[in-house]
Structure formats: structure tokens, C-alpha cells
Design a protein around this ligand. Structure first.
Ligand SMILES: NC(=O)c1ccc[n+]([C@@H]2O[C@H](COP(=O)([O-])OP(=O)(O)OC[C@H]3O[C@@H](n4cnc5c(N)ncnc54)[C@H](OP(=O)(O)O)[C@@H]3O)[C@@H](O)[C@H]2O)c1
Length: 339
């Protein structure tokens, strides 16, 4: 019987995850039943939210099980089909497994058209992170021309989309990132008005104040922690804060303190709103269509950090917490006709 490999959750991390938390397991290749297809993974996504799934049920609503394969969005090629909708060779995307092959119900998959650009973008700018940035910015922040939009983890998958969309809306855009190469990309190529390398800045509060002389009208927060502490005092009257992610806190073992000066919210009447991309299922296609137009026209640029080899998937995931990625972090698992 043909075999395939999967990454299983070996143990739940305490603090920073390590390679010990992952186990590479060889299993029999699954066979599709009626209305199912067998997908060969070409690209696998690694995403910060996965850190939450590694927690236990007490601290996270939908944890992964220890000893079981972990879930991931993938782009893959149909290699066997028992579903009328798909033929062998079709390129599809869906939420499958950290696996070289996985079986999926036809209804769980979306078709990816290789003629529309690199198929891996279905995991990034034209996938979940792009949709998060699109609706998070437009629905929650709703930037107006002349507003100052501040975005953290600005050179990442979500942040780079947010910043460029905010520029297109006529806002002044400021971001944070953790390397000079990222800062150069933001300011020289993506059109950010200013960018702060938070790892090289002694006084983050002063840096934010200097970069945002008119205060902050929209704060798209991917990070939390000290960056939020620095942005908070700069919020303007009627500011909108979109809490998208808190990656600076995902590996904390103690409950951290947050901004305590909530009088700022009274003074500014600011709105702080959490957002979850899965709430936008009904408007997913609308965001993808618009993002696709922006990518085609060159109004939105994107980058991918492609880690080669399925065996390196845990490294690629761990790299997110070290800021190793510029743009979307993806794992190239195999070559396909279109990979
Ligand atoms: N709410 C939702 O529905 C939703 C959906 C997708 C993503 N998210 C969240 O959005 C955020 C960005 O996700 P993404 O997929 O676009 O990831 P990403 O930004 O492409 O990658 C993560 C980045 O976070 C930064 N980072 C890591 N640890 C940090 C720390 N301790 N302090 C400051 N920055 C740190 C790193 O960049 P630098 O350090 O170089 O800046 C790293 O490259 C994450 O928090 C994620 O959980 C939320």
C-alpha cells in the first residue's frame, strides 16, 4: 500500500513551541470514498493561529488532539477523484492536514485557477490572510482619506495587505516590523509613509509619536504587547482599533498586563473591536475578487517566504515567532504540474 507522511502534535508547548512538540509520522495513504478526492499537497500554510490550536481545551476553544495530525490550509493537486466536480490534475485549496496527501470531501474544496497567477497565493494575499486584511480594515477600521492608519506586523501576510489597502483609501500609513529589510520593503516598495523597526528602537513611544504627528485614527493590531502600549496614547478622538492578532502574547505563560489607561477610551470615545475572519464567510468571495483585481493591477504587491520541504514545516511555523518571514510564510511540499 502507498504511504504518505503527516505531522502530528506530539505534545502541547509550554511557552515557546519547539521541534519536540511535533512528530513526523508515516501512514498508509488514505483512499477517497464516494464524493471524495485524494489531494497531493503542493503548498502548505503555516499560520500564527496554529499556536492557539496547540493549547488545551481549558485555554483554547478548539484545540488539536495530541497524537493526531494537525490541520492546515493547503494548495494541492487532485490525484484521485471520486467526485463529479473534480478531475485528476485539478488544483484545489482547502483546510486539510499537515500531510503530503489527504482525503477531502468535494464540498470542502475550492478550485484554484493556475492561469490567475502563482497557486500559492491562495494561502496568502488571495486566501485567508488577504481576506482578514480586507474585511478587518474595511469593516472594522473603515479608514477615511487623511486618517492615520497604524498597522503592526506590517510586513507579514495580513499586515502588508492592510497597509496597502489603507494607502489606496487615501490614509497616511505607518507600520512596525522587526528588520531593516522589512522596513525597506514597506517604505520603498509598498508606499508606507513611515515604518518603525521595533526591535532596534529604544523608545517605542517616542518613535510612534514622531511617525504619527497627527495621532492614530485606525490601529490594526496584529501583535499586541509593547507595540499596543506605545500606540494607545496616540489614539485620536473616534479612533477605531481592530484587534486582529496578539502574536507577541501567544507564547506567554502568565496573563500579561494590557493597556491600563482606559481613560484614553473615555477621552477619545475610541472603539476597540475584535475580528475573526471566519465571520466573513458570506463575503469571502467579494474580498477575493477585489484583492485579485488589485494584485493584477499592481496596486497590491505581495511576497512569500517559501520554505522548501515537508520535513521543514515545523521550522517554518516556528519561524513566524522569530519574524523570519517577509510576507506570507508557506511550505513547498511537492512539485505539481503547476507548482
Ligand atoms: N483574527 C483573525 O481572524 C486572524 C486571521 C489571520 C491572522 N490573524 C492574526 O494576525 C496576525 C498576523 O498574522 P499573519 O498570518 O499575517 O502572520 P505574519 O505577520 O505573516 O507573521 C507573523 C509576524 O509577526 C511578527 N512577530 C512575531 N512575534 C512577534 C513578537 N513577539 N512581537 C512583535 N511581532 C512579532 C513577526 O514579524 P516582525 O517581528 O518582523 O514584525 C512575524 O513575521 C497574527 O497575530 C495572527 O494570529 C488573525
Amino acid at each position: 500500500m502507498a504511504e504518505t507522511r503527516q505531522w502530528h502534535l506530539a505534545s502541547r508547548p509550554v511557552g515557546e513551541p519547539t521541534e519536540e512538540n511535533f512528530e513526523l509520522v508515516t501512514v498508509d495513504r488514505p483512499e477517497p470514498e464516494a464524493n471524495e478526492v485524494l489531494v497531493k499537497t503542493l503548498y502548505q500554510s503555516v499560520d500564527p493561529y496554529m499556536r492557539g490550536r496547540m493549547r488545551d481545551a481549558e485555554s483554547y476553544a478548539e484545540p488539536w488532539d495530541v497524537g493526531e495530525p494537525m490541520k492546515a490550509s493547503v494548495v494541492g493537486e487532485v490525484v484521485e477523484s471520486n467526485a463529479a466536480e473534480y478531475d485528476e490534475g485539478d488544483i484545489v485549496t482547502g483546510d486539510l492536514l499537515w500531510a503530503e496527501h489527504a482525503v477531502a470531501d468535494a464540498g470542502e474544496l475550492q478550485r484554484v485557477d493556475p492561469d490567475h497567477g502563482p497557486i500559492s497565493t491562495a494561502l496568502g494575499v488571495l486566501g485567508m490572510p488577504g481576506v482578514t486584511g480586507y474585511w478587518g480594515l474595511n469593516d472594522v477600521c473603515d479608514p477615511k482619506p487623511g486618517d492615520t492608519v497604524f498597522v503592526s506586523a506590517a510586513a507579514g501576510a495580513v499586515g502588508s495587505v492592510v497597509g496597502q489597502l489603507a494607502k489606496l483609501s487615501g490614509a497616511r500609513v505607518v507600520g512596525t516590523a522587526g528588520s531593516e529589510a522589512k522596513i525597506d520593503w514597506l517604505t520603498d516598495e509598498l508606499g508606507f509613509d513611515a515604518a518603525i523597526n521595533y526591535k532596534e528602537t529604544d523608545d517605542l513611544s517616542s518613535a510612534v509619536k514622531e511617525a504619527c504627528p497627527n495621532g492614530v485614527d485606525c490601529y490594526f493590531d496584529n501583535v499586541g504587547g509593547p507595540i499596543t502600549d506605545a500606540v494607545w496614547p496616540r489614539l485620536n478622538v473616534d479612533a477605531r482599533v481592530a484587534v486582529c492578532g496578539q502574536i507577541a502574547l501567544y507564547n506567554e505563560t502568565e496573563v500579561p498586563t494590557g493597556p491600563r489607561k482606559l481613560t484614553k477610551l473615555i477621552e477619545t470615545r475610541a472603539t476597540v473591536e475584535g475580528l475573526l475572519v471566519s465571520d466573513y464567510q458570506q463575503r469571502w468571495g467579494q474580498a477575493l475578487q477585489r484583492l485579485s483585481q488589485f494584485v493584477q493591477s499592481g496596486d497590491i504587491q505581495y511576497r512569500e517566504n517559501v520554505v522548501e520541504g515537508f520535513e521543514n514545516a515545523p521550522d517554518a511555523f516556528l519561524g513566524l515567532f522569530e519574524g523570519e518571514n517577509i510576507g506570507k510564510q508557506v511550505v513547498k511540499v511537492a512539485d505539481g504540474q503547476h507548482a
